[in-house]
Design a protein. Structure first.
Length: 382
């Protein structure tokens, strides 16, 4: 036996008790039937019970069936509505179809025909509602999927940022560690020779250590603002001065590489972020030193002022880059330093920084001969 709650629901709206009760008795075995003697009461039951079909008489005192149809459609545009017509109301029934009724049947009705019409229209409503619910679920699933993808992108972006942060901090810390070891060696040699060590303030090594600790702090400040949407304002900076500072800072880790520098006397000023440009130049110079370490090669850094731009060139005599790898060197996580702690982020970061400053970076390389990186940045007066 089917539980009453599982039966389809039919709402009958008719001011006459005879037809109303006849329909209730006819449909009761297969449907849960609700009845109302006016459009107003029927609309109340519609919002409460959400029936699968409505049978409504066209001619009723007060609010007519046609007016009721309009109001039903405002509440539920897709609910099956069957108009019940009396003698001489055929034209009105056809008008009702034009206004959105799904079917009509004349009084006195045939029981078999009424069951068929009700069954057909209940099925129609249920199919539409199932389709609508499925579409709603798909829409909700799609919304949740998009949210998940957005969250994954945020996490991936955060993961990328974390990797870049680790890489950024790694460079100055490597320089600091190199100079700490160099300073410790000097102090140790002084003690062995019975000499008094120089006061800390006079040591170039301590100045470079302080400079790179300061850079670590600036990088940390920069990364703490990551995701806030507020980029640091660009200020007038000197590329010549930044090149000198970076060369000076990497000198301690250059041995046994011969590092030379030729920087123009012009300040080569442009609008930008000193911390960002420093991290970009550090990446290129440290890469060049590491590439030239095995063969005790040379690294030459140049800073040349042109009419409207400045070129920073880093030339090394290292192992070079294979032609099939040149196109990939700026891709994130691509590295030619397998087994040598390379993260594959240095040149990716550098390219991003240079492009953020409206510049460009170019590479030329010959295997077993060396590599040249040229960074070109527009000057402030351009």
């Amino acid at each position: 036996m089917i539980a009453t709650a599982d039966l389809p629901q039919v709402l009958v709206i008719d001011d006459e008790m005879g037809p109303r009760e006849s329909l209730r008795m006819l449909l009761k075995p297969a449907y849960t039937v609700h009845t109302a003697d006016s459009v107003e009461k029927g609309l109340e039951l519609l919002t409460q019970k959400k029936p699968d079909a409505i049978v409504i008489d066209i001619r009723m005192p007060g609010t007519t069936g046609i007016e009721g149809l309009r109001k039903i459609r405002q509440i539920d545009p897709h609910l099956s509505v069957i108009m019940l017509t009396g003698f001489g109301a055929l034209d009105t029934a056809k008008e009702a179809l034009r206004l959105g009724a799904n079917d009509y049947i004349s009084k006195p009705f045939d029981a078999r025909e009424m069951r068929e019409v009700i069954s057909r229209n209940v099925e129609r409503t249920r199919i539409h509602r199932t389709t609508e619910n499925a579409a709603g679920e798909i829409k909700e699933l799609n919304h949740r999927l998009l949210e998940e993808l957005a969250q994954k992108e945020r996490l991936a972006s955060l993961g990328q940022a974390s990797a870049e942060f680790v890489h950024d901090i790694g460079n100055p810390l490597t320089i600091v560690w190199g100079y700490v070891q160099l300073l410790a060696k000097k102090l140790e040699d002084s003690e062995k020779n019975g000499e008094s060590p120089k006061p800390p303030g006079s040591n170039k090594e301590l100045e470079i250590i302080e400079q790179n600790v300061r850079l670590c702090r600036d990088l940390l400040t920069m990364w703490q603002s990551y995701g806030s949407g507020e980029a640091a304002p660009h200020r007038l900076i000197s590329i010549s001065e930044i090149v000198r500072e970076v060369v000076r800072s990497v000198e301690g880790m250059a041995r046994p590489v011969t590092l030379s520098c030729d920087v123009t006397g012009d300040p080569c000023q442009l609008m930008g972020e000193a911390v960002q440009v420093t991290r970009a130049l550090q990446n290129v110079m440290i890469n060049a030193i590491q590439a030239s370490t095995e063969n005790h090669g040379t690294v030459t850094v140049g800073c040349i002022r042109k009419d409207f731009y400045v070129d920073v060139r880093v030339v090394d005599t290292g192992h070079g880059i294979a032609p099939d790898k040149i196109a990939k060197i700026f891709d994130p996580y691509f590295t030619t330093k397998q087994g040598k702690s390379g993260t594959g982020l240095g040149l990716y970061i550098t390219k991003k920084v240079i492009e953020d400053h409206n510049g460009s970076i170019k590479v030329e390389s010959t295997p077993e001969v060396g590599t040249t990186f040229t960074i070109r940045l527009p000057l402030a007066n351009n």
